[in-house]
Design a protein around this ligand. Sequence first.
Ligand code: SF4
Length: 92
Amino acid sequence: DTIENRLFQNRYIVDTGQPHIRVTPHETPSEALQSMVHVCPAGCYSKNEHGQVEIVADGCMECGTCRVVCQDTGEIEWSYPRGGFGVLFKFG
Ligand code: SF4
């Protein structure tokens, strides 16, 4: 049973109207925010051509890592998705 198999079993409903993680506008990202490009297990973060960090949260697994890593920088606004959206873990 690989992690990919287990991840595949999670259904994901994209809440297109309301992304639940936002990177606030910035000129230069902090070290913490820059690290998310490599740290996010879902690869949601990327750097644009201006060196700013962007997020596309569609594949987010809601692990909470980015919230913890950037909790002191104020660069990420993180909120739980509305009920019925986000990762629905499949049991059994
Ligand atoms: Fe990536 Fe986890 Fe943050 Fe989602 S919660 S964007 S998976 S680090």
